[in-house]
Design a protein around this ligand. Structure first.
Ligand code: HAM
Length: 449
């Protein structure tokens, strides 16, 4: 028996999304720009697995953080080992560097990555359960100039992708010497006010008072604003490090806003922490976050190895870039999907072979070419070429086969020329030099002061 009833469609999992063209071209553009800028600073790519042992994140991100207590996708594998879909990649990069002996080699290791991360947060615009990060980490140096260089690279990248208005928030969270004293002071201050705070803060006031500063509950904010500042509790070494970072930033002309409550939601941070926020993003305004993590390697069983890095939320970056492009048409970062160079239209069975041979040749020359395989009338073919945005249409029929010269039609200017097949690739390249084919312009607008 047959039934007309269709099966229930299966939809993407809540908080995940399909990225489709043409949007994927904005993603490629920012990824290409990241690779190019990171390469200029001598960073090389690392790709780590998406699943890791749960313990990696419990030890590094911290057992009492929101990420570990509420947001991780953790499951028991068939051999009863607890595994987790990575909620972030810094711990993985450090784990991989330890595992492959990179940290024993001395010198600074500069690594970058891009890929999906998973956190079971409440989905909204700019916040997803599968989201993407572009990140970079420097392992093996605690020099303040490295902190400034990492920020310098970040700002160059944001400038390159066309982002102009954003704010760099900066802080120091001290180190294992001075932070315990600060945490004690925080605990004391929380004693008298914690009962008026949200249940999470009441718990954190006992277990991990620093995390109180991450609280997003509106009613708690005036209380948090009055808590002691970590910047008043830095030891002389951390103070000196922070002052030197600020001096290095000033020297590079990088504007920043010191934000003493910026402790970041992960436990591995020491000294410098930062975030960049963008007004274009609405509620989820943190475009990226990062900082120093000088003790992280030891936390996960490695040798002492100071480190600093950042992760950009790529979903948010693309939103902000598109928003910025809308506001300033002239600086539209442009599509990374090079425009279609040519549509090959063939008429009559005899033309199909030569037409597909021509398409093959042009594609091998790096030109973006489309060809249809269904027999189609000329008028309809031109309609398709125009709909696809092809710069040229190449027409091959009996006449062209007889003369050995194909018709190449400029779809913008409307004129048509006969060109020998072997010359078509160079003809298209020469004629399209000023157009968008294969190229997109890099936009470098001024940074807001
Ligand atoms: P994070 O602040 O947890 O830091 O995440 C960095 C960025 O990832 C955020 O600023 C945001 O743009 C993006 N992000 C986080 N969660 C989501 C989400 N649910 N949906 C969309 N975007 C999101 C880290 O992950 C550290 N690993 C940064 C770091 C690198 N520190 C040192 N090195």
């Amino acid at each position: 028996m047959t039934s007309d009833k269709r099966a229930e469609p299966i939809r993407a999992v809540k908080g995940t999304r399909d990225l489709l063209p043409p949007e994927t071209s904005s993603w490629q553009k920012v990824e290409d720009e990241a690779r190019s800028v990171f390469h200029a600073y001598n960073f090389r790519e690392v790709r780590t697995p998406i699943i890791e042992r749960t313990e990696l994140f419990a030890r590094s991100v911290g057992a009492d953080t929101d990420i570990v207590t509420k947001e991780m996708y953790t499951f028991e594998d068939r051999d009863h080992e607890s595994l987790t879909l990575r909620p972030e990649a810094t711990a993985s990069v450090v784990r991989a560097s330890i595992e492959h002996g990179l940290l024993n080699e001395g010198g600074a290791h500069k690594l970058y990555y891009m890929g999906p991360m998973f956190r079971r947060e409440r989905p909204q615009k700019g916040r997803y359960r599968q989201f993407y990060q572009i990140g970079a980490e420097v392992l093996g140096s605690d020099h303040p100039a490295i902190d400034a260089e990492v920020l310098e690279m970040l700002l160059l990248f944001l400038e390159r992708v066309g982002l102009r208005s954003f704010t760099l928030l900066l802080n120091s969270v001290g180190d294992s010497k001075c932070r315990p004293e600060y945490v004690k002071a925080l605990r004391r201050a929380l004693e008298s006010v914690k009962s008026t705070m949200c249940p999470d803060c009441q718990r954190r006031a006992e277990t991990n008072p620093l995390r109180v500063l991450d609280c997003k509950v509106e009613a708690d904010q005036p209380i948090i604003a009055k808590l002691p500042s970590i910047l008043d509790h830095l030891c002389p070494e951390c103070r000196q490090h922070f002052d030197r970072v600020l001096a290095e930033l000033k020297q590079r002309g990088i504007p920043y806003e010191i934000t003493p409550r910026l402790v970041r939601g992960l436990d591995y941070y020491t000294r410098t922490t930062f975030e960049i926020t963008s007004g274009a993003l609405g509620a989820q305004n943190a475009l990226l976050g990062g900082g120093r993590y000088d003790g992280l390697s030891e936390m996960i069983g490695g040798p002492p190895a100071p480190g600093i890095g950042f992760s950009i939320g790529e979903d948010r970056l693309v939103l902000a870039v598109e928003e910025a492009a809308r506001g300033k048409e002239a600086s539209t970062p442009g599509s990374n999907d090079a425009a279609l160079a040519a549509y090959v239209a063939w008429l009559g069975d005899a033309a199909l072979g030569p037409a597909s041979e021509l398409a093959r040749q042009l594609r091998r020359e790096g030109l973006s070419v489309e060809i249809g395989y269904e027999p189609t009338k000329l008028k309809k073919s031109m309609g398709i070429a125009s709909k696809l945005g092809a710069r040229f249409a190449i027409i091959i029929g009996d006449g062209e086969l007889a003369s050995g010269r194909y018709q190449v039609k400029d779809m913008t200017a409307g004129q048509q020329e006969e060109v020998e097949p072997a010359r078509i690739a160079s003809y298209l390249k020469n004629r399209s030099q000023d157009s968008a084919i294969q190229h997109y312009e890099t936009v470098t607008p001024d940074l807001d002061p």
